[in-house]
Design a protein around this ligand. Structure first.
Ligand code: NAD
Ligand code: MG
Length: 394
Protein backbone atom coordinates (compact mmCIF):
# COMPACT_ATOMS: atom_id res chain seq x y z
CA UNK A 1 0.00 0.00 0.00
CA UNK A 2 1.49 3.40 -1.01
CA UNK A 3 1.50 6.45 1.29
CA UNK A 4 -1.85 7.68 2.50
CA UNK A 5 -3.64 10.24 0.38
CA UNK A 6 -3.86 13.55 2.28
CA UNK A 7 -7.15 15.31 1.70
CA UNK A 8 -8.78 18.66 2.31
CA UNK A 9 -12.57 18.54 2.23
CA UNK A 10 -14.03 21.97 1.41
CA UNK A 11 -17.69 22.18 2.45
CA UNK A 12 -17.41 19.09 4.64
CA UNK A 13 -20.72 19.73 6.44
CA UNK A 14 -22.78 19.74 3.23
CA UNK A 15 -24.42 16.91 1.34
CA UNK A 16 -21.33 16.09 -0.78
CA UNK A 17 -18.96 16.75 2.13
CA UNK A 18 -20.77 14.28 4.40
CA UNK A 19 -20.87 11.63 1.65
CA UNK A 20 -17.14 12.17 1.07
CA UNK A 21 -16.33 11.61 4.74
CA UNK A 22 -18.55 8.53 4.71
CA UNK A 23 -16.40 7.00 1.95
CA UNK A 24 -13.14 8.15 3.58
CA UNK A 25 -14.17 6.56 6.90
CA UNK A 26 -14.48 3.20 5.12
CA UNK A 27 -10.78 3.33 4.16
CA UNK A 28 -8.70 4.57 7.11
CA UNK A 29 -5.63 2.88 5.61
CA UNK A 30 -5.89 4.95 2.42
CA UNK A 31 -6.86 8.48 3.43
CA UNK A 32 -5.88 11.10 5.96
CA UNK A 33 -8.00 14.21 6.42
CA UNK A 34 -5.81 17.33 6.61
CA UNK A 35 -8.52 19.99 6.69
CA UNK A 36 -12.29 20.30 6.98
CA UNK A 37 -14.22 23.48 6.21
CA UNK A 38 -17.72 24.91 6.53
CA UNK A 39 -19.59 28.16 6.32
CA UNK A 40 -20.90 28.47 9.90
CA UNK A 41 -22.07 25.02 11.04
CA UNK A 42 -20.07 24.78 14.26
CA UNK A 43 -21.58 21.65 15.80
CA UNK A 44 -21.39 19.49 12.72
CA UNK A 45 -17.84 20.60 11.98
CA UNK A 46 -16.84 19.93 15.58
CA UNK A 47 -18.24 16.37 15.40
CA UNK A 48 -16.27 15.82 12.21
CA UNK A 49 -13.11 17.14 13.93
CA UNK A 50 -13.61 14.63 16.74
CA UNK A 51 -13.98 11.80 14.26
CA UNK A 52 -11.23 12.69 11.76
CA UNK A 53 -8.78 14.77 13.85
CA UNK A 54 -7.73 17.05 10.99
CA UNK A 55 -4.79 19.46 11.29
CA UNK A 56 -7.08 22.35 10.35
CA UNK A 57 -10.74 23.27 10.59
CA UNK A 58 -11.89 26.42 8.79
CA UNK A 59 -15.12 28.35 9.12
CA UNK A 60 -15.89 31.29 6.88
CA UNK A 61 -17.39 33.19 9.77
CA UNK A 62 -15.01 34.65 12.43
CA UNK A 63 -17.42 34.40 15.38
CA UNK A 64 -18.32 30.83 14.51
CA UNK A 65 -14.59 30.02 14.34
CA UNK A 66 -14.07 31.48 17.82
CA UNK A 67 -16.79 29.21 19.24
CA UNK A 68 -15.32 26.19 17.49
CA UNK A 69 -11.80 27.06 18.74
CA UNK A 70 -13.12 27.06 22.31
CA UNK A 71 -14.80 23.66 21.87
CA UNK A 72 -11.67 22.20 20.30
CA UNK A 73 -9.57 23.47 23.24
CA UNK A 74 -12.06 22.20 25.83
CA UNK A 75 -11.89 18.71 24.31
CA UNK A 76 -8.10 18.69 23.96
CA UNK A 77 -8.11 18.26 20.16
CA UNK A 78 -4.97 19.27 18.24
CA UNK A 79 -6.94 20.85 15.36
CA UNK A 80 -6.06 24.45 14.49
CA UNK A 81 -9.15 26.56 13.83
CA UNK A 82 -8.92 29.29 11.18
CA UNK A 83 -11.47 31.55 9.53
CA UNK A 84 -12.07 33.53 6.34
CA UNK A 85 -11.62 33.09 2.63
CA UNK A 86 -7.81 33.28 2.82
CA UNK A 87 -7.84 30.34 5.23
CA UNK A 88 -9.98 28.37 2.74
CA UNK A 89 -7.37 29.13 0.09
CA UNK A 90 -4.57 28.16 2.47
CA UNK A 91 -5.96 24.69 3.28
CA UNK A 92 -6.56 24.12 -0.45
CA UNK A 93 -2.90 24.69 -1.25
CA UNK A 94 -0.89 23.35 1.75
CA UNK A 95 2.19 21.39 0.67
CA UNK A 96 1.13 18.28 2.61
CA UNK A 97 -2.24 18.13 0.80
CA UNK A 98 -2.50 15.77 -2.20
CA UNK A 99 -6.21 16.11 -3.03
CA UNK A 100 -8.90 18.71 -2.51
CA UNK A 101 -12.59 17.83 -2.52
CA UNK A 102 -14.18 21.08 -3.74
CA UNK A 103 -17.71 20.83 -2.33
CA UNK A 104 -18.59 24.37 -1.31
CA UNK A 105 -21.88 25.47 -2.87
CA UNK A 106 -22.05 28.40 -5.28
CA UNK A 107 -19.67 31.15 -6.34
CA UNK A 108 -18.12 31.03 -2.83
CA UNK A 109 -16.23 27.94 -4.00
CA UNK A 110 -14.38 29.76 -6.76
CA UNK A 111 -11.35 31.14 -4.90
CA UNK A 112 -10.55 27.94 -2.95
CA UNK A 113 -10.92 25.79 -6.11
CA UNK A 114 -8.62 28.16 -7.95
CA UNK A 115 -6.08 28.03 -5.11
CA UNK A 116 -6.06 24.22 -5.38
CA UNK A 117 -5.51 24.46 -9.16
CA UNK A 118 -2.66 26.93 -8.78
CA UNK A 119 -1.05 24.67 -6.19
CA UNK A 120 -1.17 21.76 -8.67
CA UNK A 121 -3.43 19.56 -6.53
CA UNK A 122 -5.65 16.69 -7.55
CA UNK A 123 -9.06 18.39 -7.50
CA UNK A 124 -12.24 16.40 -6.95
CA UNK A 125 -14.61 18.99 -8.36
CA UNK A 126 -18.20 19.05 -7.11
CA UNK A 127 -18.46 22.85 -7.22
CA UNK A 128 -19.70 23.18 -10.80
CA UNK A 129 -20.10 26.93 -10.30
CA UNK A 130 -16.29 27.27 -10.52
CA UNK A 131 -16.37 26.06 -14.12
CA UNK A 132 -19.51 27.99 -15.02
CA UNK A 133 -18.07 31.25 -13.71
CA UNK A 134 -14.50 31.01 -14.88
CA UNK A 135 -14.14 27.92 -17.07
CA UNK A 136 -11.28 29.13 -19.25
CA UNK A 137 -9.30 30.67 -16.39
CA UNK A 138 -9.75 27.60 -14.22
CA UNK A 139 -8.89 25.08 -16.96
CA UNK A 140 -5.79 27.14 -17.87
CA UNK A 141 -4.71 27.13 -14.21
CA UNK A 142 -5.20 23.36 -14.00
CA UNK A 143 -3.05 22.85 -17.11
CA UNK A 144 -0.36 25.43 -16.27
CA UNK A 145 0.18 24.14 -12.73
CA UNK A 146 -0.07 20.44 -13.45
CA UNK A 147 -3.21 19.98 -11.37
CA UNK A 148 -5.50 17.00 -12.06
CA UNK A 149 -9.26 17.36 -12.38
CA UNK A 150 -11.68 14.56 -11.49
CA UNK A 151 -15.38 15.41 -11.87
CA UNK A 152 -17.70 14.55 -8.98
CA UNK A 153 -20.98 15.68 -10.54
CA UNK A 154 -22.56 12.28 -11.28
CA UNK A 155 -23.13 13.02 -14.98
CA UNK A 156 -19.63 14.30 -15.59
CA UNK A 157 -18.15 11.48 -13.61
CA UNK A 158 -20.12 9.08 -15.83
CA UNK A 159 -18.88 10.85 -18.97
CA UNK A 160 -15.32 10.76 -17.65
CA UNK A 161 -15.69 7.02 -17.07
CA UNK A 162 -17.14 6.51 -20.56
CA UNK A 163 -14.43 8.47 -22.40
CA UNK A 164 -11.01 7.11 -23.31
CA UNK A 165 -8.28 8.33 -20.91
CA UNK A 166 -6.69 10.44 -23.66
CA UNK A 167 -9.85 12.46 -24.40
CA UNK A 168 -7.77 15.59 -23.77
CA UNK A 169 -6.51 15.22 -27.37
CA UNK A 170 -9.95 16.40 -28.50
CA UNK A 171 -13.32 14.66 -28.78
CA UNK A 172 -13.15 14.29 -32.58
CA UNK A 173 -9.62 12.86 -32.32
CA UNK A 174 -10.82 10.09 -30.02
CA UNK A 175 -13.89 9.35 -32.16
CA UNK A 176 -16.54 10.96 -29.95
CA UNK A 177 -19.51 12.52 -31.75
CA UNK A 178 -21.81 13.57 -28.87
CA UNK A 179 -22.18 13.71 -25.14
CA UNK A 180 -25.61 12.66 -23.88
CA UNK A 181 -26.16 14.37 -20.54
CA UNK A 182 -28.97 12.75 -18.59
CA UNK A 183 -31.38 14.70 -16.40
CA UNK A 184 -33.98 13.33 -14.00
CA UNK A 185 -36.36 16.19 -14.82
CA UNK A 186 -36.62 16.95 -11.10
CA UNK A 187 -39.77 17.03 -8.97
CA UNK A 188 -41.78 19.05 -11.53
CA UNK A 189 -41.10 17.00 -14.66
CA UNK A 190 -44.77 16.20 -15.26
CA UNK A 191 -46.39 19.28 -13.69
CA UNK A 192 -48.34 21.67 -15.92
CA UNK A 193 -46.81 25.12 -16.30
CA UNK A 194 -49.79 26.77 -14.55
CA UNK A 195 -49.26 24.59 -11.48
CA UNK A 196 -45.65 25.69 -11.20
CA UNK A 197 -46.73 29.23 -10.30
CA UNK A 198 -47.65 28.23 -6.77
CA UNK A 199 -44.89 25.79 -5.82
CA UNK A 200 -43.17 26.18 -2.43
CA UNK A 201 -39.47 25.78 -1.54
CA UNK A 202 -40.33 22.50 0.22
CA UNK A 203 -41.92 21.08 -2.93
CA UNK A 204 -38.98 22.27 -5.03
CA UNK A 205 -36.48 20.65 -2.65
CA UNK A 206 -38.28 17.27 -2.62
CA UNK A 207 -36.25 15.61 -5.36
CA UNK A 208 -37.57 12.19 -6.46
CA UNK A 209 -34.15 10.45 -6.70
CA UNK A 210 -31.39 12.46 -5.04
CA UNK A 211 -30.97 13.98 -1.59
CA UNK A 212 -28.96 17.22 -1.99
CA UNK A 213 -28.37 20.71 -0.59
CA UNK A 214 -31.21 23.23 -1.03
CA UNK A 215 -29.62 25.39 -3.72
CA UNK A 216 -28.88 22.51 -6.10
CA UNK A 217 -32.30 21.03 -5.33
CA UNK A 218 -34.03 24.19 -6.57
CA UNK A 219 -31.67 24.20 -9.57
CA UNK A 220 -32.79 20.64 -10.33
CA UNK A 221 -36.45 21.65 -10.09
CA UNK A 222 -35.92 24.54 -12.55
CA UNK A 223 -33.48 22.47 -14.64
CA UNK A 224 -30.92 25.25 -14.23
CA UNK A 225 -28.80 22.50 -12.71
CA UNK A 226 -28.74 20.81 -16.12
CA UNK A 227 -27.97 24.13 -17.76
CA UNK A 228 -24.99 24.66 -15.43
CA UNK A 229 -23.94 21.07 -16.19
CA UNK A 230 -24.00 21.71 -19.96
CA UNK A 231 -21.52 24.55 -19.38
CA UNK A 232 -19.53 22.35 -16.98
CA UNK A 233 -19.31 19.60 -19.64
CA UNK A 234 -18.20 22.15 -22.23
CA UNK A 235 -15.15 23.05 -20.15
CA UNK A 236 -14.30 19.63 -18.77
CA UNK A 237 -14.44 17.81 -22.10
CA UNK A 238 -13.91 20.62 -24.67
CA UNK A 239 -17.37 19.90 -26.09
CA UNK A 240 -19.29 22.52 -28.08
CA UNK A 241 -22.91 23.38 -27.19
CA UNK A 242 -23.97 21.41 -30.29
CA UNK A 243 -22.14 18.30 -29.08
CA UNK A 244 -24.00 18.22 -25.75
CA UNK A 245 -27.53 16.77 -25.83
CA UNK A 246 -29.66 16.76 -22.69
CA UNK A 247 -31.73 13.58 -22.32
CA UNK A 248 -34.44 13.40 -19.66
CA UNK A 249 -34.23 10.03 -17.93
CA UNK A 250 -36.51 9.97 -14.88
CA UNK A 251 -35.02 6.90 -13.13
CA UNK A 252 -31.53 8.47 -12.71
CA UNK A 253 -29.87 5.09 -13.28
CA UNK A 254 -27.89 5.97 -16.39
CA UNK A 255 -25.75 8.86 -15.22
CA UNK A 256 -24.77 9.96 -18.76
CA UNK A 257 -23.56 8.54 -22.08
CA UNK A 258 -20.91 9.09 -24.73
CA UNK A 259 -21.68 8.50 -28.42
CA UNK A 260 -18.89 7.42 -30.78
CA UNK A 261 -18.42 7.71 -34.56
CA UNK A 262 -18.93 3.97 -35.09
CA UNK A 263 -22.41 4.08 -33.50
CA UNK A 264 -21.30 2.76 -30.11
CA UNK A 265 -22.75 4.46 -27.07
CA UNK A 266 -20.99 3.94 -23.72
CA UNK A 267 -22.69 4.74 -20.44
CA UNK A 268 -22.13 4.47 -16.72
CA UNK A 269 -25.01 3.15 -14.60
CA UNK A 270 -25.53 2.92 -10.88
CA UNK A 271 -27.91 3.65 -8.05
CA UNK A 272 -28.41 7.38 -7.55
CA UNK A 273 -25.95 7.77 -4.67
CA UNK A 274 -23.18 10.38 -4.83
CA UNK A 275 -20.83 8.07 -2.94
CA UNK A 276 -20.23 6.21 -6.23
CA UNK A 277 -18.68 9.13 -8.15
CA UNK A 278 -16.97 10.30 -4.95
CA UNK A 279 -15.38 6.88 -4.38
CA UNK A 280 -14.38 6.70 -8.04
CA UNK A 281 -12.50 9.99 -7.74
CA UNK A 282 -11.04 9.23 -4.30
CA UNK A 283 -9.70 5.88 -5.42
CA UNK A 284 -8.75 6.81 -9.01
CA UNK A 285 -7.42 4.92 -10.87
CA UNK A 286 -8.37 2.10 -8.51
CA UNK A 287 -11.93 1.08 -7.60
CA UNK A 288 -12.81 1.15 -3.92
CA UNK A 289 -15.87 0.31 -1.80
CA UNK A 290 -18.37 3.15 -1.59
CA UNK A 291 -21.03 1.64 0.67
CA UNK A 292 -23.51 1.75 -2.24
CA UNK A 293 -25.78 -1.24 -2.81
CA UNK A 294 -25.53 -3.17 -6.08
CA UNK A 295 -27.75 -2.05 -8.94
CA UNK A 296 -30.79 -4.31 -9.20
CA UNK A 297 -31.81 -4.20 -12.87
CA UNK A 298 -34.73 -6.59 -12.33
CA UNK A 299 -36.20 -4.24 -9.75
CA UNK A 300 -35.69 -1.20 -12.01
CA UNK A 301 -37.13 -3.10 -15.00
CA UNK A 302 -37.66 0.02 -17.17
CA UNK A 303 -35.48 2.87 -18.31
CA UNK A 304 -37.31 5.80 -19.91
CA UNK A 305 -36.07 8.70 -22.01
CA UNK A 306 -37.64 11.91 -23.27
CA UNK A 307 -36.57 15.21 -24.82
CA UNK A 308 -36.32 18.16 -22.42
CA UNK A 309 -39.25 20.59 -22.44
CA UNK A 310 -37.59 23.93 -23.15
CA UNK A 311 -40.86 25.84 -22.69
CA UNK A 312 -41.53 24.74 -19.12
CA UNK A 313 -37.85 24.76 -18.21
CA UNK A 314 -36.63 28.09 -19.56
CA UNK A 315 -33.48 28.01 -17.45
CA UNK A 316 -32.02 25.28 -19.64
CA UNK A 317 -32.36 27.44 -22.77
CA UNK A 318 -30.87 30.43 -20.95
CA UNK A 319 -27.81 28.38 -20.02
CA UNK A 320 -27.27 27.19 -23.61
CA UNK A 321 -27.62 30.80 -24.73
CA UNK A 322 -25.06 32.01 -22.16
CA UNK A 323 -22.63 29.29 -23.26
CA UNK A 324 -22.98 30.36 -26.90
CA UNK A 325 -22.54 34.04 -25.99
CA UNK A 326 -19.39 33.20 -24.04
CA UNK A 327 -17.19 35.68 -22.15
CA UNK A 328 -18.72 36.64 -18.83
CA UNK A 329 -22.29 35.59 -19.82
CA UNK A 330 -22.15 32.23 -17.95
CA UNK A 331 -20.84 34.00 -14.81
CA UNK A 332 -23.72 36.49 -15.05
CA UNK A 333 -26.19 33.62 -15.51
CA UNK A 334 -24.80 31.79 -12.50
CA UNK A 335 -24.81 34.77 -10.15
CA UNK A 336 -28.28 35.96 -11.16
CA UNK A 337 -29.47 32.40 -10.57
CA UNK A 338 -27.91 32.26 -7.09
CA UNK A 339 -29.66 35.49 -6.08
CA UNK A 340 -32.99 34.41 -7.59
CA UNK A 341 -32.83 30.97 -5.93
CA UNK A 342 -32.00 32.50 -2.55
CA UNK A 343 -34.99 34.86 -2.93
CA UNK A 344 -37.24 31.93 -3.87
CA UNK A 345 -36.04 29.91 -0.85
CA UNK A 346 -36.76 33.00 1.28
CA UNK A 347 -40.34 33.17 0.02
CA UNK A 348 -39.62 36.46 -1.77
CA UNK A 349 -39.84 35.33 -5.40
CA UNK A 350 -42.23 32.94 -7.18
CA UNK A 351 -40.62 29.88 -8.72
CA UNK A 352 -41.47 30.86 -12.30
CA UNK A 353 -39.86 34.30 -11.83
CA UNK A 354 -36.41 32.69 -11.44
CA UNK A 355 -35.79 32.46 -15.23
CA UNK A 356 -37.26 35.94 -15.76
CA UNK A 357 -34.77 37.51 -13.33
CA UNK A 358 -31.89 35.65 -14.99
CA UNK A 359 -33.03 36.61 -18.48
CA UNK A 360 -33.34 40.30 -17.59
CA UNK A 361 -29.94 40.30 -15.89
CA UNK A 362 -28.36 38.72 -18.98
CA UNK A 363 -30.09 41.28 -21.22
CA UNK A 364 -29.04 44.31 -19.18
CA UNK A 365 -25.41 43.39 -18.56
CA UNK A 366 -23.05 43.09 -21.51
CA UNK A 367 -20.86 40.04 -21.68
CA UNK A 368 -17.17 40.96 -21.92
CA UNK A 369 -14.24 38.66 -22.70
CA UNK A 370 -12.97 36.73 -19.68
CA UNK A 371 -9.24 37.39 -19.31
CA UNK A 372 -8.71 36.99 -15.58
CA UNK A 373 -10.39 35.84 -12.40
CA UNK A 374 -11.17 39.49 -11.70
CA UNK A 375 -13.35 39.62 -14.82
CA UNK A 376 -15.40 36.74 -13.40
CA UNK A 377 -15.56 38.39 -9.99
CA UNK A 378 -16.67 41.73 -11.47
CA UNK A 379 -19.39 40.06 -13.54
CA UNK A 380 -20.47 38.19 -10.42
CA UNK A 381 -20.72 41.37 -8.33
CA UNK A 382 -22.63 43.29 -11.03
CA UNK A 383 -25.05 40.45 -11.69
CA UNK A 384 -25.77 40.03 -7.97
CA UNK A 385 -26.56 43.72 -7.57
CA UNK A 386 -28.75 43.92 -10.63
CA UNK A 387 -30.62 40.68 -9.91
CA UNK A 388 -31.34 41.86 -6.35
CA UNK A 389 -32.66 45.19 -7.71
CA UNK A 390 -34.85 43.40 -10.24
CA UNK A 391 -36.26 41.17 -7.50
CA UNK A 392 -36.96 44.15 -5.24
CA UNK A 393 -38.84 45.85 -8.12
CA UNK A 394 -40.71 42.68 -9.20
P1 NAD B 1 -24.76 21.94 0.65
O1 NAD B 1 -25.53 23.20 0.73
O2 NAD B 1 -25.32 20.70 1.22
O3 NAD B 1 -23.31 22.15 1.31
C1 NAD B 1 -22.50 23.25 1.01
C2 NAD B 1 -21.25 23.28 1.86
O4 NAD B 1 -20.55 24.51 1.57
C3 NAD B 1 -21.49 23.29 3.37
O5 NAD B 1 -20.43 22.63 4.02
C4 NAD B 1 -21.47 24.77 3.72
O6 NAD B 1 -21.09 25.00 5.07
C5 NAD B 1 -20.41 25.29 2.77
N1 NAD B 1 -20.61 26.68 2.39
C6 NAD B 1 -21.78 27.26 2.00
N2 NAD B 1 -21.59 28.58 1.73
C7 NAD B 1 -20.28 28.82 1.95
C8 NAD B 1 -19.47 30.00 1.86
N3 NAD B 1 -20.00 31.18 1.48
N4 NAD B 1 -18.14 29.89 2.14
C9 NAD B 1 -17.63 28.71 2.54
N5 NAD B 1 -18.34 27.58 2.66
C10 NAD B 1 -19.66 27.63 2.37
O7 NAD B 1 -24.42 21.74 -0.91
P2 NAD B 1 -24.17 20.37 -1.69
O8 NAD B 1 -25.46 19.83 -2.16
O9 NAD B 1 -23.25 19.48 -0.93
O10 NAD B 1 -23.43 20.91 -3.00
C11 NAD B 1 -22.07 21.30 -2.98
C12 NAD B 1 -21.59 21.49 -4.41
O11 NAD B 1 -21.63 20.23 -5.06
C13 NAD B 1 -22.47 22.42 -5.24
O12 NAD B 1 -21.66 23.15 -6.11
C14 NAD B 1 -23.36 21.48 -6.02
O13 NAD B 1 -23.76 22.01 -7.26
C15 NAD B 1 -22.41 20.29 -6.24
N6 NAD B 1 -23.10 19.01 -6.43
C16 NAD B 1 -23.87 18.50 -5.44
C17 NAD B 1 -24.52 17.29 -5.62
C18 NAD B 1 -25.35 16.67 -4.53
O14 NAD B 1 -25.84 15.55 -4.69
N7 NAD B 1 -25.55 17.31 -3.40
C19 NAD B 1 -24.41 16.62 -6.84
C20 NAD B 1 -23.61 17.18 -7.84
C21 NAD B 1 -22.97 18.38 -7.63
MG1 MG C 1 -25.37 16.37 -11.57
Amino acid sequence: MPDKQNITVLGSTGSIGVSTLDVIARHPERFRVVALTANSQIDKLFQQCQQFEPEYAVLLDADAAESLRQKVLDHGLATQVLHGIEALELVSSLPQVDSVMAAIVGAAGLRPSMAAARAGKRILLANKETLVMSGQIFMDAVRDHGAQLLPIDSEHNAIFQSLPRDFGRGLAQVGVTRILLTASGGPFRTRALAELEQVTPEQACAHPNWSMGRKISVDSASMMNKGLEVIEAHWLFSASAEQIQVVVHPQSVIHSLVEYADGSVLAQLGNPDMRTPIAYALGFPERIQAGVSALDLFKIAHLDFEAPDMVRFRCLGLAYQALRTGGTAPAILNSANEIAVAAFLDGKLPFLAIPSIIEQTLEQLTSVPMRSLEDAQNADAQARLLAAELIARA
